[in-house]
Design a protein around this ligand. Structure first.
Ligand SMILES: NC(=O)c1ccc[n+]([C@@H]2O[C@H](COP(=O)([O-])OP(=O)(O)OC[C@H]3O[C@@H](n4cnc5c(N)ncnc54)[C@H](OP(=O)(O)O)[C@@H]3O)[C@@H](O)[C@H]2O)c1
Length: 244
């Protein structure tokens, strides 16, 4: 069994998930990087972390739209180090669903990664997390509370994840804490080279701190929640004041 705490981060091959993996690794966690399609990015990150500390990171593939994959991911995650202290529900699909153009496939896809998988991962991993007073951090979105135009289904799924955070904090206490992080604008919604100055200004003008957040702003908040033993059922907006 690992003597270090172990974290499973879903969708961790790149962007916010990868930044969180690096930050937790720096704090001494062993890391399970989950990915779906980005195997090269996941492996490159694992290689980098294993160079820093030998045998401290592993990668597991799973499509979170498939219940059998979720179960297998849980089993393999626990098997690897015989313990799990932290689950970060980070994987997410994100696309518009305008009225008149939305299909049940869109609905299922958005709810699977943003809401259903986080619930079943939490349920499956709860007995293991409880053994070491573990915790869960859910990646929500400020748009769980304030809708993003043309993204109704995504916002609904994140809103359900927000309620799940509060509800499971009650149900899984006292042995497991459950918290959330609600990022504001952290990465541009499309590659920066494709953003016009007008599009950028429109986003920045709604942020009191007048800048996008950084990956580290989010990762540090996750580490704070993961290591704060008297905080549960809280969702911290990391958004430069956008939701005020
Ligand atoms: N970026 C922001 O500014 C922002 C703002 C608000 C909230 N958030 C939230 O913060 C979290 C991280 O954001 P992000 O922008 O870094 O995420 P992202 O890059 O859009 O997605 C993270 C990963 O999720 C995985 N994924 C998506 N659907 C999946 C599925 N059905 N099964 C398995 N894996 C799946 C993908 O893995 P593969 O690449 O391996 O396929 C993807 O790389 C998300 O929950 C997001 O909603 C982000």
């Amino acid at each position: 069994m690992s003597t270090s705490p172990v974290a499973l981060i879903t969708g961790a091959s790149q962007r916010l998930g990868a930044a969180t993996a690096k930050q937790l690794h720096h704090q001494g966690y062993n890391i399970v990087i989950h990915y779906r399609h980005s195997s090269n990015e996941a492996q490159a990150l694992a290689d980098k972390l294993n160079q820093i500390r030998e045998s401290s990171c592993t990668c597991l593939q799973a499509d979170l739209n498939k219940p059998s994959d979720i179960q297998q991911l849980c089993q393999q995650s626990v098997q690897h180090w015989q313990r799990l202290d932290l689950l970060i529900n980070n994987a997410s699909s994100f696309f518009p669903t305008s009225i008149g153009e939305t299909t049940t496939e869109h609905w299922n896809d958005l709810f699977a990664s943003n809401c259903k998988a986080p619930f079943f991962l939490s349920q499956e991993l709860a007995p293991t997390l409880a053994k070491h007073q573990g915790n869960i951090v859910n990646m929500i979105d400020i748009h769980a509370s304030a809708p993003l135009k043309n993204h109704t289904v995504y916002c609904m799924a994140k809103s359900a994840l927000q309620m799940m955070t509060l509800s499971l904090a009650k149900e899984l206490a006292p042995n497991i804490r459950v918290n959330g992080v609600a990022p504001g604008a952290i990465l541009w919604p499309k590659p920066e080279t494709e953003m016009t100055p007008g599009e950028k200004n429109k986003i920045l003008s709604g942020i009191p701190l007048e800048r996008l957040g950084t990956l580290e702003d989010i990762a540090k908040t996750i580490v704070f929640l993961a290591t704060s033993p008297y905080i549960t059922g809280q969702i911290i907006a990391v958004d430069g004041g956008r939701s005020i």
